[in-house]
Design a protein around this ligand. Structure first.
Ligand SMILES: [Zn+2]
Length: 482
């Protein structure tokens, strides 16, 4: 296995922490990265070089959803998203964007065990806007992937007169509504993603009152001392405005100027099922209210639970390769594991098993997510083989959304029991398949294919069967199935 390929595999970056914290720690503050209002949690610290932020390439792939490739011969990193292809060369200031030459302010570097790339340059090629907040040492990024739903430059702090506002209109529209003699804040925008929803205001003081209502299922957010901005106001017909939702649990959003004295804006989420919400703490200076909306499986007794099994990688994306097993690939291991686990789960009367792939095909990460969301799956389990150095070892399990922690913990415990490998614990990270899925979701890194000892075991039938049996117990325990 070529070192480089290993370095760029998505599975291995968690291990870079110990080495990189050393090089990132040199008098550098902790830099926060916030994309569209959501804080990214890179496991390796971003840092500044001559006022530019340089970040581990994982931030690009996870945060922006770009694909990463590496050409060892040319020492070239390829970053692809939509129709944009960026080619960066290690230690070279010249880059190619869709074949066109561009000059970089700083060069991509290979340090210790990871590639660090200039964030702003890469982001700008993908139409991501940047703003740096020195108070919180936060790089605020806004992607404009959907122009129809103009999002989010997190509005600047009120006292700042200049505004990097690409829409131009928001400012003009909110200002006339602001009554100088009141302290009312203005609600300028309401929007959803696949996992959350957000109310944009012009104040960082807005705290909603939330009501959970049943029959039908609704979540009601009241924002006091608030008025609707002009844009939202013009869409209100008679008493109520309506907004379409991208979130699978929200069928539609309704909003109104619920009361004028005191001024209250009401935002009602009509839900497709019972759902929980969690307000996401905002970074300092942020003026949006963002809440994660998620399901709760446990507690409701169901006749049948749907579990989606996700074999990592596939086809032209082989994942990591085992050093010991002559090029046997991670995609082969994950598929074998998922098939064994699935066969056992299919015997359970109360379980329906769905597979994101059942042969050697390639499925986009986002398609794996929407597959599980669209089927209304109750659980999502992604299986991978880890890769880093030949000495790395152990089993680790990832979760991202808060409703996934319990499931990940149970899966992890049963996985460690079966593998007998070192316990690398349950960790939080924003892998796309566990971030975008709304049901409890876990990503299991069974062991290290880069470690000869672990890889040799992981391809054995006995090992795989033992792990599959143990995971069935974990899944049944989590679902309270006898
Ligand atoms: Zn993997």
């Amino acid at each position: 296995m070529k070192l480089w390929k290993v370095l760029l595999s998505v599975c291995l970056f968690s291990l870079l922490l110990p080495t990189l914290s050393a090089l990132g720690a040199t008098a550098n503050p902790t830099i926060h990265l916030v994309l569209n209002g959501v804080e990214l949690k890179p496991l390796v610290q971003p840092r500044f070089v001559n006022d530019y932020t340089i970040v581990p390439i994982r931030v690009i792939s996870e945060g922006l959803g770009a694909k990463i490739g590496f050409d060892q011969k040319q020492q070239k990193v390829t970053i692809t998203k939509d129709k944009t292809k960026i080619e960066l060369f290690i230690n070279k200031k010249e880059a190619l964007v869709n074949g066109e030459k561009k000059q970089l302010d700083l060069t991509p570097v290979l340090e210790k065990d990871t590639t660090l790339v200039p964030l702003r340059f890469v982001g700008e090629q993908f139409n991501v806007k940047f703003r740096y907040d020195p108070d919180t040492t936060t790089v605020l990024m806004d992607s404009k992937e959907e122009d129809k739903n103009p999002t989010p430059t997190p509005p600047p702090k009120p006292e700042k007169p200049t505004k990097p506002d690409e829409n131009g209109s928001t400012d003009k529209e909110t200002k006339p509504d602001k009554k100088p003699d009141t302290n009312n804040l203005t609600v300028s925008q309401i929007e959803t993603t696949e996992t959350s929803f957000a109310i944009k205001t012009d104040s960082d003081q807005s705290k909603p009152k939330v009501m959970e209502l049943q029959n039908p299922h609704r979540l009601v957010f009241d924002i006091e001392n608030a008025v609707l901005g002009k844009e939202l106001l013009t869409k209100v017909e008679k008493t109520e405005g309506k907004i379409d939702s991208k979130h699978p649990l929200i069928s539609q959003i309704r909003y109104s100027q619920f009361s004028n004295d005191p001024a209250t804006v009401r935002v009602t989420l009509d839900l497709t099922a019972t759902a929980k919400y969690r307000l996401i703490p905002s970074v300092k200076g942020s003026t949006e209210i963002r809440a994660e909306i998620y399901t709760t499986t446990i507690g409701e007794k169901k006749d049948k639970y749907i579990i989606v099994l996700d074999a990592g990688h596939g086809a032209h994306d082989p994942g990591a390769s085992a050093t010991s097993a002559n090029g046997r690939t991670e995609k082969e291991f994950t598929l074998a594991m998922v098939k064994k686990l699935g066969a056992l789960l299919e015997k359970e009367a109360k379980l329906q098993v769905l597979y994101t792939r059942s042969d050697d095909t390639f499925v986009e990460l986002d398609d794996r997510v929407s597959f599980a969301n669209n089927y209304g799956a109750d659980l999502f389990l992604s299986i991978h083989g880890n890769s880093f150095t030949s000495k790395s070892r152990g089993t680790e399990t990832y979760y991202y959304n808060p409703n996934s922690l319990d499931f990940a913990s149970v899966i992890h415990q049963y996985a460690v029991d079966a593998t007998g490998f070192i316990d690398r614990k349950v960790q939080k990270s924003g892998f796309r398949v566990i971030k975008g899925t709304t049901m409890p979701a876990a990503l299991l890194e069974v062991g290290f294919l880069s470690n000869k000892e672990e890889a040799d075991m992981m391809y054995q039938e006995v090992f795989q069967n033992k792990l599959a049996n143990s995971l069935v117990k974990g899944i049944k325990e989590y679902l309270n199935l006898k």
